[in-house]
Design a protein around this ligand. Structure first.
Ligand code: NAD
Length: 479
């Protein structure tokens, strides 16, 4: 979109995935029909085509899956040495690499994210998480949690739709490495890579019941986290659902980690290299259509350079290609669901009503499917809802500041605290800012960098606990 550059479409082949007309639940090492018999369709958000139908797990299925996970925990998985668990994890990591094209295409079809991102970010990072945790499996006594740290038992895990396979990897890899077994529920709009992952578990000869996958919606997730046979709850999703899970597990002995929403500040100081900062701002908010918990959705730019930064930013955004997610040239794909599109539209209308100025990238959007153009609001005030609430879409709110102290105060003026970005030429200012920002991750002169060795998680309403790195192991150990 934007400047009408001619380009040759370069779609990735759909032929690499073989979708069945329907899928069962993955329990005790095999695909089974749900006890209650329900199912639902999953769509391609780029064209609203029905991809397939998946089973909806009811309470009896949750019962069955938790029992399978318990049996596998007691009989097999907790008895294996760390070295042997590591072998399975290495095998899974290699299978993810081997089947990476299939996984990337499936993720893009089901989620709407550009194939370039699923191919170059989601799938390689998912494999990296399994490799990383495979390495930990036989070294847990060196992790700083005592000489022989023990697993918790059965982990009930619930994940969102924005990075379906990657969030699965963040959950399953540390759980298995530390000796726990798993019942995982993927999000209702993106179940397909989790089902392919179930096949990968079969291919890896993972003992039955170590990983169980239950597709379903919120009710399935609620039944799973409330199940008395679950020892550990790991949730990634909205702060609202996180609260309800905190209520449901209060007073139980379940160990809980919550990875919730965010409203990150991306701070551009007047000495920042502007062109690099513009790239970082674009990556911060338009990567994955802005469906990113740690998205840099609040741009805080120093007043003296604000006009320059915003002008260059808009010029750059106008060159982003919005469209077919399966096209390797696409920068911004489809919004994941009609519901999420409605939510983004409603927030943008609130921005108009609150008096912020809306700028939208020029260009036509596809007619079918769920689309929202890259959008920038300037003149945003701290009290505006578009500065306070998580929009979870390609919408940037721009605020300005005069002094570094004001920048920090504004950045921290949020109920969230997941991530932040700092753009400046001075190393000392990076360190000064990083010490003061109440955010789990602070990126300096870059944004959205992830590594399995680096712990990720939030302050305040962004959640409890950390995932990744040595710190992330603690969530799955009895320490
Ligand atoms: P959501 O909370 O609506 O759903 C997340 C998952 O929870 C889904 O699988 C859903 O079916 C399930 N669920 C819904 N109600 C439930 C209940 N009562 N009990 C148990 N499970 C329930 O969130 P979403 O819209 O899928 O995802 C977007 C949100 O996720 C955003 O707020 C985003 O910031 C957050 N997120 C956070 C991180 C992080 O690491 N902090 C990462 C990705 C996404």
């Amino acid at each position: 979109m934007g400047t009408p550059l001619e380009y040759a479409p370069a779609p990735e082949s759909r032929g690499v995935v073989h979708l069945q007309s329907s899928y069962g639940l993955f329990v005790d090492g095999e695909f089974v029909d749900p006890v209650d018999g329900g199912g639902f369709k999953t769509l391609n958000p780029a064209d609203e085509e029905v991809l397939t139908e998946v089973a909806e797990a009811g309470p009896a299925d949750v019962e069955r899956a938790v029992a399978a996970a318990r049996k596998a925990y007691v009989r097999t998985w907790s008895k294996l040495s760390g070295r042997d668990r590591g072998k399975y994890l290495f095998r899974i990591a290699r299978l993810i690499q081997e089947r990476s094209r299939e996984l990337a295409v499936l993720e893009t079809l089901d989620n709407g994210k550009p194939i370039r991102e699923s191919r170059d970010v989601d799938v390689p990072l998912a494999a990296a998480h399994f490799f990383y945790h495979a390495g930990w499996a036989d070294k847990l006594s060196h992790a700083g949690y005592g000489s022989d740290p023990q697993p918790l038992g059965v982990a009930g895990q619930v994940i969102p739709w924005n990075f379906p396979l990657l969030m699965l990897a963040w959950k399953v890899a540390p759980a298995l490495a530390t000796g726990n077994t798993v019942v995982l529920k993927p999000a209702e709009t993106t179940p397909l890579t989790a089902l392919l992952f179930a096949e990968i578990c079969q291919q890896a000869d993972l003992p039955p019941g170590v990983v169980n996958i239950l597709t379903g919606a919120g009710a399935t997730g609620a039944a799973l986290v409330a199940h008395p046979g679950v020892d550990k709850v790991a949730f990634t999703g909205s702060t609202e659902v996180g609260r309800s899970i905190a209520r449901a597990t209060a007073g139980t002995s379940k160990k809980v980690t919550l990875e919730l929403g965010g409203k990150a500040a991306n701070i551009v100081f007047d000495d920042a290299p502007v062109d690099e900062a513009v790239e970082g701002i674009v990556n911060g908010i338009f990567f994955n259509q802005g469906h990113v918990c740690c998205a840099g959705s609040r741009l805080l730019v120093q007043e003296s350079v604000a006009d320059d930064v915003v002008t260059k930013l808009q010029r750059r955004i106008a060159t982003l290609r919005v469209g077919d997610p399966m096209d390797k040239n696409t920068d911004v794909g489809a919004i994941n669901s009609a519901e999420q599109l409605d939510r983004i539209r409603a927030f943008a209308d609130v921005g108009d009503d609150e008096g912020a100025r809306r700028w939208t990238a020029p260009g036509r959007l596809p007619e079918r499917g769920y689309w929202f153009p890259p959008t920038v609001f300037t003149g945003v005030q701290q009290a505006h809802r578009i500065a306070r609430e998580e929009i979870f879409g390609p919408v940037l709110s721009v605020l300005t500041f005069r002094t570094p102290t004001e920048a920090i105060a504004k950045a921290n003026n949020t109920p969230y605290g997941l991530s932040a970005g700092v753009w400046t030429d001075k190393g000392s200012r990076i360190l000064w800012a990083a010490q003061r920002l109440r955010a789990g991750v602070v990126w300096a002169n870059t944004f959205n960098r992830f590594d399995p060795a680096s712990p990720f998680g939030g302050y305040k309403e962004s959640g409890w606990g950390r995932e990744g790195g040595r710190h992330g192991l603690e969530a799955y150990l009895d320490v």
